[in-house]
Each structure stands twice: as C-alpha cells, then as structure tokens.
Design a binder for this molecule. Structure first.
Ligand code: PLP
Length: 374
C-alpha cells in the first residue's frame, strides 16, 4: 500500500460520515443526556461531560488544525474557558486594544484567578515585550482583527510569548483554521467562534478551541463540564453540517471580498477600506499567514458622518442589515452603533456571502448613491 494523505478540504467533506455497513453515512444528532453506565462513573455518562455529536464536530475541527478540539456553546464560552484555564498562576492577560470588544469586556469582568487585562497595539512589539516581561502573562491575540481587519505578525508575537514563557492565544474566528493555522505560527491555542464562517448559515451559536497540548485540552473539557458551557447536540449537528462546505464557501467569499474591497477603494464616496488584501503595509505578511485567501469580512468608512453610514446600510436591497458575519447571505452594519465598539463612527462592516460578486457590487453602488444623496 502506498502512503496516502488527504487534504483538510477532503476530510471536511466527509466529516462525521461513516463507512460501516448498515450505519448512517452522515452523523445524526444524539439527543440523549444520559448513557447507560458501564459500572464505573465516567465523563460519557452524562451530557455535560460528553456527547457523540460533539465528538464528530471535534474530530473534524481537530483534523483541520492537527490538534485536539474542544467545542463550547459559543465563542464567548470558549474564550471564558480558555481564560480560566490559562490564567491560573499568572498576573495579566495582554490583549489587543482594537480586537473583538467582548474579549476585552470578558477579561475585564472575569479577571480569571486575579489576572488583570492589559491592552496593547499588536504592531507595537516593544510595548508587548515590555508588558510580557512585567509579570507572568497570557498573550491574547487576534488576526485579522474584528472589525478593522488588521493583520498581526503572529510568528513574531509567538516568539515574544515563548521567550516570556507566556502561552499565546490567537482568535482565528475571522478566517478559520482553513485559511490560517495559528498553531503552526507559535500559538498554544487557536480560538474560533463557530457561529461565523465555520458553520456559515447564521443559524447556530458555537465556539471551539484547538490546541496540541493534551493537558490544556483536558483542562478545557473540565471547565466546560464544570461551568456548563456545553454545546447542544442539535447545534453540534448544525455546526458539523455547515463545516462540511466551509472550503467551498470561504474560497468564494474570499474571492468576492477581495474584488469588492478593490472596487470600494476606487469609490469617491469611500474614505478608507480595511481588508488584508488591499492593505499595502501588511500584504506580504497577510499572504504568508493566509496563503489561501483573506476571508469574508471587510470594513470601509464612508465619506460622511455616522448618519450617512446608517443611511447607506438602510438603502441596501440585497445585503441584509444585521450584525455578525460569515453567513452565506451578505450582511452589513455600522459597527459604531454598539456601545462598547471603538471603530470609527462612519465605519461599515460588510460580511460577504456566497452571492455572485457582481450582484453585491451593484447593491453597494446603489446603496452608496442613494444613502449619500440626502
Ligand atoms: N471572536 C470574534 C473575533 C468574534 O467576532 C466573536 C463574535 O462576534 C467572538 C469571538 C464570540 O463569538 P460568539 O458570538 O460565538 O460568542
């Protein structure tokens, strides 16, 4: 027999499917909360400890990043377990100043085991080195960031973290493990909200942590069982069903997002576009870290005030006015409408779906024209 390896894309197409004669080819949801006991108590006895539907989803996610995967009831539940697992014995969590605002809010309110959040610019390696040296730390990074799509140099940050003895987390939600592999770039843990592109149909809340450290994976499972942030079997089933088409979806979404970002950059009604594929300063880095594409999310500022951006969003006929991202349907929102968000007031965050790019460009052009006409 010859050596035979299969790509992550092929594995995902088959995720959860079986080959045993007479058994379902696709994984059904397992709704039982209790399993018949084998005598000795075990984690599989009760639904807060294990569920066969999670197991299929975790196997698929683990295959993409060659890691152990632990799934949770949301991205935030995954972040909370990760903060609790990593902060023990540490004084601080160093986080990006302009990343996902609820990661900052969670670290501030949770202060796991007394670890205090410290906010930095991910480009400022001198400041990060200093913060990591000031106490026992966890380095929490995000790339590309939500909503400014800034690309951090993960290899450099990984080196700084390793030198300081700090575990590094990468929030990989925007592009998923299919486009970017944080564990290959020095991360201890790769975090993904499966609510976004990974499941891809705007119908399930879920999150996951991938790690190659078996002790950390065990600790995460322990926090999941104790804290109760478990994924329901129906949600696990939906997430796995969505994940099987991730390669197709994200490839098309990335190609359309690049075309649309390039188009927006040429519009006089647009002040600035934020997308890794059109940011000259980080383009080489972005290509090295995300060789298959830059993902479905982009942002842009309209030439005007917050009210003008609101008018543009409201004028769309195809793009849905809604938060979140990564779904098959395109959606957008003025990001600054959220109270804790620090994005510029006239910034619109646009999630590209699977519609043909030409339809989206036509809708964006008419929305810009009618929204800014008043
Ligand atoms: N990380 C990022 C970058 C996000 O954008 C989000 C949600 O928007 C999360 C984590 C949290 O995920 P969830 O909404 O599934 O809790």
């Amino acid at each position: 027999m010859t050596d035979w390896t299969v790509s992550a894309d092929a594995l995902l197409a088959h995720a959860g499917s079986g080959w045993r004669a007479g058994e379902p080819v696709v994984q059904p949801p397992v709704l039982a909360t209790i399993l018949a006991s084998a005598g000795e108590p075990g984690e599989a006895d009760y639904g807060r400890g294990a569920n066969a539907t999670w197991a299929g989803l975790e196997a698929a996610l683990g295959a993409v990043e060659a890691a152990h995967a632990v799934v949770f009831s949301s991205g935030q539940a995954a972040s909370m377990a990760l903060m609790l697992a990593l902060a023990r014995g540490r004084d601080r969590i160093v986080l990006p100043r302009d990343g996902y605002y609820n990661a900052r809010a969670l670290a501030e309110q949770l202060r796991p085991h007394g670890a205090v959040p410290v906010f930095v610019d991910q480009d400022d390696t001198a400041a990060i080195e200093e913060e990591l040296a000031a106490g026992r730390a966890v380095l929490w990074t995000e790339s590309p960031t939500n909503p400014l799509l800034r690309v951090a140099d993960l290899t450099t940050l990984g080196r700084l973290a390793a030198a300081a003895g700090a575990p590094m987390v990468v929030d990989n939600t925007v592009v998923t493990g299919l486009l970017q592999q944080p564990l290959e770039l020095g991360a201890t843990a790769s975090l993904c909200s499966l609510t976004k592109s990974a499941s891809g149909h705007s119908d399930v809340l879920a999150g996951a942590v991938m790690t190659r450290d078996p002790a950390l994976a065990d600790e995460l499972r322990n926090w999941r069982a104790l804290g109760g942030g478990v994924l329901g079997p129906m949600e696990a089933w939906l997430a796995l069903r969505g994940l099987r088409t991730l390669p197709l979806r994200i490839e098309r979404q990335s190609a359309s997002a690049l075309a649309i970002a390039t188009h927006l950059a040429e519009q006089p009604a647009v002040r600035r576009v934020y997308y890794p594929g059109v940011c000259a300063e980080t383009l080489d880095l972005a290509r090295a870290q995300m060789p298959r594409g830059f993902g479905p999310l982009l942002s842009f500022e309209v030439n005007g005030a917050a009210a003008d951006a609101d008018a543009v969003v409201a004028a769309a006929r195809l793009i849905v006015p809604a938060t979140s991202f990564g779904g098959v349907e395109s959606s957008w929102e003025r990001r600054g409408r959220w109270p804790r968000e620090t994005a510029p007031p006239a910034l619109i965050r646009l999630s590209i779906g699977i519609e043909p790019a030409a339809d989206l460009i036509a809708d964006i052009d008419q929305a810009l024209a009618s929204g800014l006409a008043g």
